[in-house]
Unconditional design. Structure first.
Ligand code: CTP
Ligand code: CA
Length: 222
C-alpha cells in the first residue's frame, strides 16, 4: 500500500545501493568490522524501489530483512563488495554508497585459530581498495554517484575533500558526534554536499532522509 503512495519519479532508472559493514577476516573465528547496521542503505534501497527504480542492493552482513522489490546481493568483505559493485557498475544510472567499507584488512589470514599468548598481539593490516574512488574514476557523465561520509571532526572540510578526491557528484555527510545521527539510530542528520551547494537536512527518520537524498539526486541529474 505504501508503495502506491510514492511518486514514480525513478521509473526506468537502475539504482545500485551499498549498505552495511564489511567484515575482514583475521582467522577462522575472528574479523575486524565496524558499527554500521545497514539501516540507512536499506532505507535508500526501499525508497528507490517504491519510487519506481530497478534496485540492486549490495549488502554487507546486517540483522535486517532484505527489502521488498529489491534485488539484494549479500557480501562479506570489502573485496567482495568491490567485485559485486564494479561488475554491476556499467548498467547503473545512480549509485549510492551508504556502506561502511573497511579501510584496512589483516594482511595475513591465519588458517588456524590464533591462540593467546602472554603479552600484546600485533596484527599487520593492509589497505582495501576504495570502491567509491574507482567508481568516480570510471563514471560516465550520465551516471550520478552519491557517497556517504562519516566524520567525528571537521565534517564539512573533510567531506568536501572526499567529494573532490573521489570525483563523485554528492556526499551525504554525517557527524558521528551529533545526537540522533550515525550508527544504530533510526534517525539521521545529514548534510548534502555537491560541488556548488551545501544543505543541512534536519533530524529525520532514515526513511525521510533517504527520500530527501533521492529528491536531491533527481533534481541534479542530467
Ligand atoms: N568507501 C568505499 N571503499 C572504501 C572505503 C570507503 O567505497 N574502501 C566509501 C564509503 O562507502 C563511503 C565513502 O567512501 O561512501 C566515504 O567513506 P569514509 O569512511 O567516510 O571515507 P574514507 O574515504 O574511507 O576516508 P576516512 O575513513 O579516512 O575518513
Ligand atoms: Ca573509511
Amino acid at each position: 500500500i505504501e508503495k502506491a503512495l510514492y511518486p514514480k519519479d525513478l521509473c526506468g532508472k537502475n539504482v545500485l545501493v551499498t549498505a552495511g559493514p564489511t567484515q575482514e577476516k583475521m582467522d577462522p573465528v575472528r574479523y575486524i568490522s565496524n558499527h554500521s547496521t545497514g539501516k540507512m542503505g536499506y532505507a535508500l534501497a526501499s525508497v528507490c524501489a517504491m519510487r519506481g527504480a530497478k534496485v540492486t542492493l549490495v549488502s554487507g552482513k546486517t540483522a535486517l530483512a532484505h527489502p521488498l522489490f529489491v534485488d539484494t546481493v549479500d557480501v562479506v568483505s570489502a573485496k567482495d563488495m568491490y567485485e559485486a559493485v564494479t561488475e554491476r557498475f556499467a548498467g547503473q544510472d545512480i549509485i549510492i554508497k551508504a556502506a561502511a567499507v573497511a579501510d584496512y584488512r589483516p594482511k595475513e589470514v591465519a588458517q588456524e585459530k590464533i591462540k593467546k599468548k602472554d603479552g600484546a598481539l600485533s596484527v599487520e593490516m593492509e589497505r582495501t581498495d576504495d570502491i567509491l574512488a574507482y567508481l568516480g574514476a570510471h563514471k560516465r557523465p550520465d551516471q550520478y554517484i552519491c557517497g556517504f561520509s562519516m566524520e567525528t571532526e571537521h565534517m564539512l572540510e573533510n567531506s568536501r575533500a572526499k567529494l573532490e578526491r573521489k570525483k563523485i557528484d554528492m556526499i551525504a555527510a554525517n557527524n558521528l558526534k551529533q545526537d540522533g545521527a550515525g550508527f544504530g539510530t533510526d534517525t539521521n542528520i545529514v548534510t548534502l554536499i555537491t560541488k556548488n551547494s551545501e544543505e543541512e537536512l534536519p533530524k529525520l527518520s532514515k526513511q525521510d532522509t533517504a527520500n530527501r537524498i533521492v529528491d536531491e539526486i533527481i533534481r541534479r541529474m542530467k
